[in-house]
Design a protein around this ligand. Sequence first.
Ligand SMILES: [Zn+2]
Length: 502
Amino acid sequence: MATTAAVSEDLLAKYEPVIGLEVHVQLLTASKIFCSCSTRFGDPPNTNVCPVCLGLPGALPVLNRKAVEFAALAAMALECRINHVSIFARKNYFYPDLPKGYQISQYDKPLAEFGFIEIDLNEGKTNESKTSGSKKKIGITRLHLEEDAGKSLHEGFADADAKTAIDLNRTGVPLAEIVSEPDMRSPEEAYEYLTRLKEVILYTGVSDCNMEEGSLRCDANISVRPRGQKEFGTKTEVKNVNSFRFIKQALEYEIERHIGIIEGGGRITQETRLYNAHEGKTHGMRSKEQAHDYRYFPEPDLLPLVVDERWQAAIRAGLPELPEARRRRMMKEYGITAGDAHTLTLTRAMADRFESAARTAKNPKRVANLVQSELLGRLKAQGLELEQSPISMAGVTVSADLVESGAISGKMLKDLYDLCFERNQDFPAVYEEQGRPEQSRDTSALEKLADELIAANPKQVEQYRAGKKTMIGFFVGQVMKASKGQANPQLVNDVLTKKLEG
Ligand SMILES: [Zn+2]
């Protein structure tokens, strides 16, 4: 990267990065965690507020049951153990967007602990070179519930150059904070962890994980140590980075910065830093000496949270099949590759659609292939999501069955798909409209071609008749070429076999 201090590959190889991540996920409840105000995003500023979330004296919080269930569901999906009793605590600090002067969070008794996410160390390689043996478990220390703060606005109003405005709509929106163990050893592993984490959370449906709207936020802790050393180096924290790609870049920058300082004889200052995506650099925000002492104590206005066995069982019953398990099952059920399964399970909606199509198709593997090779490429080229595809999964199934039965060739399918995208029409409509373009089933023309070929290639005919049956491929190839791909390969094969055997 051009923006980072130049550290040679040799120096980079001498050190081992140690990375831990803290992710905040906004839970998709209709109302806030301790009051009945709406959590809707984008409403006019300060319209979804009440005495509780404004922190007015005497107002008392009442815990939202749904927020607990969503957080517990996410924790279960992340293989965490749910604590029967967890305690809400006050985290005291002053900030303009925090009207109470404290945030209600959980401290030494969080809702859930001891989970993990399995990441694929092959990620980034091509589907073909993927092996299944290289997985790594990243520990999840804890998942706890807390309330969000409001938002300071620095632009978008009349005297924005002189004043800061506050929007408290977000104050009290429920968050699940997910803290990882310092188990990651490269920015790539951190990126993969976040990708898998987001995927799992999306599958559970408890958050939309929309980073632009701030419903998924990430802070990263990073340090380096000479390879072989057990003790951790001094860490820095990079806060509020708003895309996974930027987190990876910020970590890359920090690793080089740390190594540069250590190699130059300096010491790392433990501090919080902000990443500037335009510059590709981090900047110090506050050092350890300025760090907050939050003076946590149990929240006196809330009882201990008890999630007993029965409630846990009821929540667990709502756990969907998770991506990794789904991939394994789909590979077995439809005979598709790990690469296919990976692409087809990227979102739950996509996997649902694929499966509903695959179940009715003559050959599910062909449906998977068409989605991968013909559909996703065209969608990507036009910047469309799967939901916006002109060709529905049912349409893909129809087309796959037509190829399967030999009614259309692969080449014709490509042309028809192009037409579907041009006209923004589904496959069955375009197929019907094109007058069901049948492949040439006129065997007389084919037979004539076959006779010509056999006459022109006596040597190959002799080889075939002497027992080299693979020579049929040569003849089929020639006929397909002569028909410009329009002939039905199965029919060509039949005609040629009859002639050659005869
Ligand atoms: Zn409220």
